[in-house]
Design a protein around this ligand. Structure first.
Ligand SMILES: Nc1nc2c(ncn2[C@@H]2O[C@H](COP(=O)(O)OP(=O)(O)OP(=O)(O)O)[C@@H](O)[C@H]2O)c(=O)[nH]1
Length: 375
């Protein structure tokens, strides 16, 4: 990251401080990314929060010659570039807000999860607070989830992880991410990297991927994504529609092109359904469909669909009343509401889209959704 790289302005746009969750496969380069953030002069005042004060902090303490304040129950390291490295036992919203009260406001918070953590529930904490707990979550909001994948071992990790029992953490990490860094590209062949990218897009057609070596990424590409607000970057749904990476045969449903796509990798799949301008009254019908699928794991008025579980959903469409609706969801939590501002509406063309990523998303589920949004 060069000093003179474009640094997005964060605080002018939002009073609340954005939080980005960094997840990643074991050994994929999370600590290397964090070390970059903590040592390079990028102009942000970032608090990096780790579940455990692990190797990175020790390394920082040694290499930057700053000692940690381990007298307190939480530990902090203030770095020369203005960043703060800290470990708080409880990474809930209230604990992070307390941290801000004690240590002052930051421009940004990066929350690093351990290599085995599934970011879905962590993302849910922020969501839940924002939605239900007045007062909490007033200072911070979830901006996005970034996942590091090892370019050399990523494919094997995904496959072995799945083979162990059900779909593994690495698959969930990919499914729940907004940006994915395929790291260690210096060690992998072009063919292997492309195959891995195909698998990643197969699991999560909405995520943007970047190739990196030594986790070297322009921070502007992983921060300030606004991935969970009631808005959706126009590119993300349209890109998803064009990602058809079949190099490894992960798109087993060619009949669905180009109207909708259906990828699957051993249980985790995604469906993308175009949505025409909907009569306003039909939004409630769609809402019921989403509730049934997310909460009851079945299609409306039908028996359970075996293994139906949505990990992530997103979408945007117009109604004939002139409103633009945005869908955002993680697991059982979702929000289907009109876009926050007219600026957000610009991305919605006449044809909207809904994307669901998860398990059990069969053709039957897709047909049911298509019928629900048919006019
Ligand atoms: N060759 C190469 N090595 C890398 C790259 N990125 C990281 N490494 C090395 O890979 C090893 C693991 O990187 P970490 O950053 O510790 O990975 P991690 O995801 O934090 O690991 P865990 O926390 O143990 O899951 C370290 O020895 C890094 O120096 C890269 O792009 N290329």
């Amino acid at each position: 990251m060069d000093e003179d790289e474009d640094v997005p302005t964060l605080l002018e746009r939002e009073k609340r401080v954005p939080v980005t969750i960094i997840s990643g496969f074991l050994g994929a380069g999370k600590s290397t990314l964090v070390r970059r953030v903590l040592t390079e002069r990028h102009g942000y005042r970032i608090a990096v929060i780790m579940n455990e004060f692990g190797d990175t902090a020790d390394i920082e303490a040694k290499t930057i010659n700053v000692s940690s304040d381990s007298q307190q129950s939480d530990e902090f390291l203030e770095l020369a570039n203005g960043c703060l490295c800290c470990s708080i036992k409880d990474t809930g919203v209230a604990a992070i807000e307390n941290l801000m009260k004690r240590k002052g406001a930051f421009d940004y918070i990066l929350l690093e999860t351990t290599g085995l953590a599934d970011p879905g529930p962590i993302a849910g904490i922020f969501w839940h607070n924002e939605e239900y707990s007045m007062g909490l979550g007033k200072d911070i909001y979830l901006d996005g989830v970034v996942c590091l994948v090892d370019a050399v071992y990523g494919q094997r990790q995904i496959e072995e992880d799945y083979a162990s029992e059900g779909e593994g953490e690495s698959v969930k990490q990919v499914a729940c991410s907004d940006v994915i860094l395929v790291n260690k590209i210096d060690l992998a062949s072009e063919t292997d990297i492309s195959t891995l990218e195909g698998i990643i897009h197969g699991i999560n057609p909405l995520a943007t991927t970047h190739r990196t070596a030594q986790s070297n990424i322009n921070l502007g590409l992983v921060m300030n994504l606004n991935a969970y607000a009631s808005r959706i970057p126009p590119s993300s749904v349209s890109e998803a529609n064009h990602r058809h990476d079949h190099a490894d045969g992960i798109c087993p449903d060619p009949e669905s092109h180009p109207k909708s796509t259906h990828y699957t990798i051993r249980g985790i799949s995604s469906i993308l359904v175009p949505v025409p301008v909907l009569p306003a009254v039909q939004v409630e019908v769609l809402d019921q469909w989403i509730r049934s699928v997310l909460w009851e794991h079945k299609l409306p008025n039908e028996e359970d669909v075996e293994g139906l579980e949505v990990l992530r959903c997103k979408g945007m469409f117009r109604t004939d009343a002139g409103e633009v609706y945005v869908l955002q969801g993680v697991r059982e939590m979702y929000d289907l509401s009109p876009a926050e501002s007219t600026e957000d509406s610009d991305g919605a063309g006449e044809i909207g889209k809904l994307v669901f990523i998860g398990k059990g998303l069969s053709n039957r589920v897709r047909s049911s959704l298509e019928a629900t949004v048919r006019v």
